[in-house]
Design a protein around this ligand. Structure first.
Ligand code: CP
Ligand code: NVA
Length: 309
């Protein structure tokens, strides 16, 4: 049976605020231990994780593999050419075979249905390492980074600028559970999934705004967040999107409108000079690298949670 968790295949809305906070607090605790050099905590000793990647990755692959190893476990990387899930072999077969060897499965796939199918047929926990629909591990790391830099998530204003993509869906699903002000400023026609916007709005927990007015949106933001305009699987649309996204680049002028309190966040990889300038990534209020590092700490806590360790 699939494990229901903020990062398993579920929509994300079946997770309680209490669970999210418990995972984030655990992340802070285990991070402090690892940063101190203490390697005595080995809860994953004798455990194995299969990592399925249908798409490229640096952060997700290295943070999961290293994090699992630092806590005593062994991770197996399966790249796009290895198992060719859905092509060489059906997803439901992959799920059952890998469950026989591993204590946990982490997967990065194209269609969201693939992660749902993995979770349905696996007998071990399945962690979503990004789908075309969402990227929950990223948003858990982002939340952790906000706690470290701002001190809280509650009552902050997070303004996402750019494509209404998988990252936005995960922000919306978080906003359905934790209270903050979330704004997505995107060009017309690139809004996030309407059903997911409705889930976030009808939860009645956070203030949710979807707008095309980027300059108005960023005013007073605690976080200005952006991501590539063409996600994995959309790279052939890159030139077309560059035309459509004119005015949505996060640059020095936009950060100035946001105000001096605003931190810059980006899930990375970034295309400097496209969705974001080199200058704002390198600016003192950019927290993109602590954010990237926190992928490992957030995921360690997620793995501890799903394994009940
Ligand atoms: N942010 C993120 O998921 O990066 P990778 O694609 O490198 O894993
Ligand atoms: N939206 C991007 C995120 C990469 C981490 C993509 O899906 O390619």
């Amino acid at each position: 049976a699939a494990v229901s968790s903020p990062v398993a295949a579920s929509s994300g809305t079946d997770v309680k605020q209490e669970t999210i906070m418990k995972i984030l607090n655990r992340a802070i605790e285990v991070k402090a231990m690892l940063k101190s050099g203490d390697r005595s905590f080995q809860p994953f000793k004798g455990k194995s994780m299969a990592m399925i990647f249908a798409k490229p990755s640096m952060r997700t692959r290295v943070s999961f593999e290293t994090g699992f190893f630092l806590l005593g476990g062994h991770a197996v990387y399966l790249g796009p050419d290895d198992i060719q899930m859905g092509k060489r072999e059906e997803t439901r077969d992959v799920a059952r075979v890998l469950s026989g060897y591993n204590d946990i499965i982490m997967a990065r796939v194209f269609g969201h249905q693939d992660i749902l199918d993995l979770a349905k047929y696996a007998s071990v926990p399945v962690i979503n390492g990004l789908t075309d629909y969402n990227h929950p591990c990223q948003i858990m790391a982002d939340a952790l980074t906000m706690i470290e830099h701002i001190g809280r998530i509650e009552n902050t204003k997070v303004v996402y600028v750019g494509d209404g993509n998988n990252i936005v869906h995960s922000w919306l699903l978080l906003a359905a559970v934790l209270p903050f002000h979330f704004v997505c400023a995107c060009p017309k026609g690139f809004e996030p999934d309407a059903k997911t916007v409705e889930i976030a709005k009808s939860a009645g927990i956070s203030k949710i705004e979807i707008t095309n007015d980027v300059r108005e949106a960023v005013k007073g933001a605690d976080v200005v967040y952006t991501d590539v305009w063409a996600s994995m699987g959309q790279k052939e649309e890159a030139e077309y999107r560059k035309q459509k996204f004119q005015g949505f680049m996060v640059d020095e002028a936009l950060m100035e409108i946001a105000g001096p309190q605003a931190y810059l966040m980006h899930c990375l990889p970034a295309e400097r000079g496209v969705e974001v300038t080199d200058g704002v990534i390198e600016a003192p209020n950019s927290i993109v690298f602590p954010q990237a590092e926190n992928r490992m700490h957030a995921q360690n806590a997620i793995m501890l949670h799903v394994l009940g360790a």
